[in-house]
Design a protein. Structure first.
Length: 418
């Protein structure tokens, strides 16, 4: 009879530890602190040795000069005389007593020693100054070499700030703090790139999935409304559903545009804000004329680098809001463009209801409106206009400022870098 098979044993334990292996002697790791300590300690030691050598040579020369005899004994016709180039007082020692002669010799020796010390001090100071200049220059060059990886990290971070998430530092060199920082930054960029790629894919899929049923609903409603035999109640219901469907389409378009405009603009082209503002005014002119609102303003050329479609959306949303949220009679909207202090400026002012200053920040929040019936009507928008304007302005490196206008209405100012 065959023996029963043995039960399966436990799986073997993994021999690879996914955790990072620590070196046996972590204090021997070539960190930036150790490298800088060795570098500047070595530089200080070398500078000290050079300075000590120079001072030794200068002191030896000074001692040699100071030990030279201050006078010489010369003979002339059986007379012994003293001659000195440094001590003129002893050249003619005939009339001097022995005490005066010794005093003159001592003064001469002291004077010669003082000259040697003064020369030693002045030359030592010059040597110290020269070594200080060399040390500063060499230290500056070495510090730049040690800190050069930081410049590489900074340049990569600036490139990433321009939405170039594909850039990587890929720093080579010793395994120190800077390489660890660069590797961590690369890992973060990789995760960010995956997240942004997934976001773009989601926006694209959502755009298709949301637009398709809304387009089908609009088509079906338009077909039913085109039937002349349809009852009046169904036609009224169809118009209401069509208006609701159109509002849903605007909401979807606004959300998708808001999601796209939150990122930096990669492809930039010259765009004239004056032309963009003219296009926006032309699109809103019919609505403004129907409401009795006058659009005015001088638009000067102001060329910026950006996306023309998104910049036109800024002007269009601001002008539409200015026309829709206006007074019932004698209303006006002023649209101006100019270049001021090195920036392109778009200003949209309008008459309208009084806006409290503390409510200004709520205007730029999605789906947030001011309290009051004049700005909460369902036929005036979906509550994303100013949010889109702020996101597009930020994506172009600009800003938008809102200020209540005296007497009612708002002053919207958009500034963009040239």
């Amino acid at each position: 009879m065959a023996a029963a098979p043995a039960p399966p044993g436990a799986p073997p334990k993994p021999t690879w530890d996914p955790r990072r292996v620590e070196p046996p002697f972590p204090w021997l790791r070539p960190t930036i602190r150790i490298r800088l300590t060795l570098l500047y300690g070595g530089m200080f030691l070398i500078a000290g040795i050079l300075l000590l050598s120079i001072i030794y040579l200068l002191a030896a020369q000074a001692i040699s000069t100071g030990n030279q005899p201050p006078f010489k004994i010369v003979t002339a016709t059986n007379d012994v005389r003293v001659s000195s180039s440094d001590c003129p007082a002893v050249n003619n020692a005939t009339g001097l007593t022995l005490t005066q002669f010794n005093s003159a010799i001592s003064e001469c020796i002291d004077h010669q020693r003082q000259i040697a010390l003064d020369n030693l001090l002045s030359r030592s100071l010059l040597a110290l100054l020269g070594l200080a200049i060399i040390a500063f220059a060499f230290g500056y060059a070495m510090a730049g070499r040690v800190l050069s990886p930081l410049g590489r990290i900074t340049r990569t971070a600036r490139a990433v700030a321009g939405s170039d998430l594909a850039r990587r530092i890929e720093l080579d060199g010793p395994d120190d703090e800077l390489k660890e920082l660069a590797d961590t930054f690369d890992d973060m960029l990789e995760r960010l790139e995956r997240a942004f790629t997934a976001q773009q894919r989601f926006v694209g899929n959502a755009s298709h999935e949301l637009r398709t049923p809304l387009a089908i609903n609009r088509t079906l409603l338009e077909v039913h409304l085109s039937d002349p035999g349809a009852p009046m109640e169904l036609q009224q219901l169809g118009k209401t559903l069509l208006a609701t469907n159109e509002r849903s389409e605007q909401l979807v378009e606004g959300l998708l545009l808001l999601a796209r405009s939150d990122n930096q603009i990669i492809e930039r082209k010259p765009v004239d804000l004056a032309e963009v503002a003219e296009q926006a005014v032309d699109q809103v002119y019919g609505e403004a004329e129907a409401k009795g609102v006058v659009i005015r303003g001088e638009r000067q050329s102001a060329v910026v680098q950006g996306n023309g479609v998104l910049l036109e959306r800024i002007a269009l949303n601001l002008v539409q809001n200015a026309v829709r949220y206006n007074v019932q009679k004698d209303g006006w909207v002023e649209v101006t463009t100019e270049v001021l202090h090195g920036q392109a400026v778009l200003v949209v002012s309008n008459t309208g209801p009084v806006v409290p200053a503390y409510e200004i920040d709520n205007l730029f929040e999605p789906f947030k409106r001011l309290r009051g019936a004049d700005r909460t009507g369902s036929d005036k928008g979906v509550g994303l206009g100013l949010s889109i304007v702020r996101s597009v302005a930020r994506a172009h490196g600009g800003h938008i400022y809102a200020q209540p206008r005296e007497g009612g209405g708002l002053v919207m100012r958009v500034t963009l870098p040239i």
